[in-house]
Design a protein around this ligand. Structure first.
Ligand SMILES: Cc1cc2nc3c(=O)[nH]c(=O)nc-3n(C[C@H](O)[C@H](O)[C@H](O)COP(=O)(O)OP(=O)(O)OC[C@H]3O[C@@H](n4cnc5c(N)ncnc54)[C@H](O)[C@@H]3O)c2cc1C
Length: 479
């Protein structure tokens, strides 16, 4: 994606639809709005000059793989297999529908989705701002939205730059707010360039000596990506993955799995009963020589209704006791990557440590990471670079994100019961502190996880985007 897309210049004073976020959610919302409801003045906002659609697909190299099969990654709900059809068109016969293909290819597909949408309004490339066109092309602006306030038939938007814009509707696709780095206490002498709070920052892996020890905080999908990226750069030194669970994601099934079938009423009884039921289903699949992964995949269509039917107490129980297990079973990794990590573990070049960062201080190789391993046990790990792959913030109540905190403070938004996201109605409209839906502010993406739980990947997001854009279309038609 052309980084020139995002211009830091001046903003229009008014627009019909403002979209926050240049990730998958924001860009598909823009494309859908252009295809179906041409004529709106659309403003698309992104904080960073991204080179791809969001963190997931921008900045990744040709070895970073999708964790959803190609046949399920289409941008629009009308054609879930569209990404695989695109692969067939651009490189016939190279990938099967069930393949986990490089994320960079998905970025190229999204480029085409965005380019086609822009071409439909007369702009041919994702650069045109205000160029002569049949219909108004969107304005792409590199700005940080810090406040949104619904007033009468508008939403007033305020930016970090001090600019203000009046919008007919706001569609928020901001992903999850960043977490604070997982190192709270460290000596002032520790040089900051030895710490990488954002693993996707351009300089996160730069300047590490090939044989130097590296500590990665986290052991999930991002950590796996970063280990692979380091090895491809020729890094041969020891890499330590440090996480509370000390577990890697589990592998995808080899080939297509047979999905288990569930009695929804059993799952709705609560977290403990759901665990029992899913374990039983996995056991039955294994007894039939079928992959256990089908027990998780069979839950996909039921997850949101079951989650919504649980009481806050049951959801809390799940978050406290089952979430770590859910994460590694549900958010799985391609087997080829896990086999590679297993070989590194056997050779001793990769070590997985269970615990959390207690402190950082200077050491002979750069930094010494002191790890709390529970029961008062402490271990020291030497590192030339400490890389944060612990993922986004778990909660939003104390978020440092200016937009989310201002929405909560002003009562325009409220948190879900668990405080892990923002409360929305069934169509995705924010629920304010009077319990009423904000008719002009829609949210798509992972911040809806408290209400929906499954609200992370393309298959869920494209449905949310379609609903939100259709809702906004109905609203703007009334105006
Ligand atoms: C490493 C990784 C791999 C993944 N792999 C897959 C996969 O294979 N398949 C899959 O389906 N899903 C995958 N996901 C999940 C992925 O998050 C979603 O598919 C999707 O990309 C999320 O898009 P989004 O638009 O909701 O959020 P994001 O991509 O996070 O985009 C949100 C954007 O909003 C911007 N923003 C936020 N607040 C503001 C503000 N106030 N003002 C201006 N801009 C703002 C941010 O800078 C960001 O660029 C992966 C995620 C990660 C992190």
């Amino acid at each position: 994606m052309d980084t020139a897309l995002w211009k830091a210049g001046s903003l229009p004073r008014e627009c019909d639809l403002a979209i926050v976020g240049g990730g998958f959610g924001g860009l598909t919302a823009m494309a859908r709005a252009l295809q179906q409801h041409c004529g709106w003045r659309i403003l698309v906002l992104e904080r960073y000059p991204r080179s791809g659609p969001g963190i997931a697909y921008g900045g990744c190299d040709s070895h970073h793989l999708l964790n959803v099969p190609a046949s399920r990654m289409g941008a629009f709900p009308e054609d879930p297999a569209a990404f695989h059809s695109w692969l067939e068109r651009t490189q016939p016969g190279r990938f099967a529908p069930s393949d986990f293909v490089p994320r960079a290819l998905f970025a190229a597909y999204m480029d085409e989705v965005v380019g086609d949408a822009l071409a439909s309004v007369g702009g041919s490339a994702p650069t045109a701002v205000g160029a002569s066109a049949r219909l108004p092309p969107p304005t792409f602006a590199q700005h940080v939205l810090v406040r949104a306030e619904p007033i009468m038939r508008h939403v007033d938007l305020l930016f970090g730059s001090g600019d203000a814009v009046r919008a007919g509707a706001l569609l928020m696709a901001p992903g999850l707010p960043a977490a604070r780095a997982p190192w709270h206490a460290f000596d002032e002498e520790v040089p900051l360039d030895l710490l990488a709070p954002d693993p996707w920052a351009a300089n996160a892996l730069q300047g590490i000596a090939p044989d130097a020890p590296v500590v990665i905080v986290g052991s999930g999908l991002t950590a796996i990506d970063i280990v692979s990226a380091l090895r491809r750069r020729g890094h041969s030194g020891r890499i330590t993955l440090l996480s509370r669970s000390g577990r890697l994601p589990l592998p995808h099934a080899d080939g297509a799995a047979t999905n288990a079938e569930y009695d929804r009423a059993l799952l709705a009884r609560g977290a403990r009963e759901a665990l029992r039921t899913v374990r039983k289903a996995a056991k039955e699949l294994r007894a039939r020589n079928l992959p256990w992964q089908g027990a998780l995949d069979g839950l996909r269509a039921l997850t949101t209704p079951v989650w919504s039917s649980w009481s806050t107490k049951e959801r809390m129980r799940f978050m406290t006791h089952l979430r770590p297990f859910w994460e590694i079973h549900r958010h799985r990794a391609p087997r080829v990557l896990l086999d590679d990590l297993a070989a590194q573990q056997r050779s001793g070049s990769l070590v997985i440590v269970r615990g959390s960062v207690r402190s950082l201080r200077c050491g002979p190789q750069g930094v010494i990471v002191t790890v709390n391993s529970g029961s008062g046990l402490r271990t020291d790990l030497p590192a030339a670079r400490v890389i944060n792959c612990a993922g986004p913030a778990q909660g939003v109540r104390n978020t440092v994100d200016p937009l989310i905190s201002s929405l909560l403070q002003s009562g325009v938004a409220t948190t879900d019961d668990l405080g892990i996201g923002l409360h929305t109605d069934i169509d995705g409209r924010l629920i304010g502190n009077e319990g009423k839906a904000q008719e002009r502010i829609y949210l798509v993406g992972a911040l809806r996880r408290g209400d929906l739980w499954e609200s992370t990947a393309v298959p869920e997001l494209r449905m949310q985007v379609a609903k939100a854009v259709d809702g906004i279309a109905a609203l703007l038609r009334q105006a």
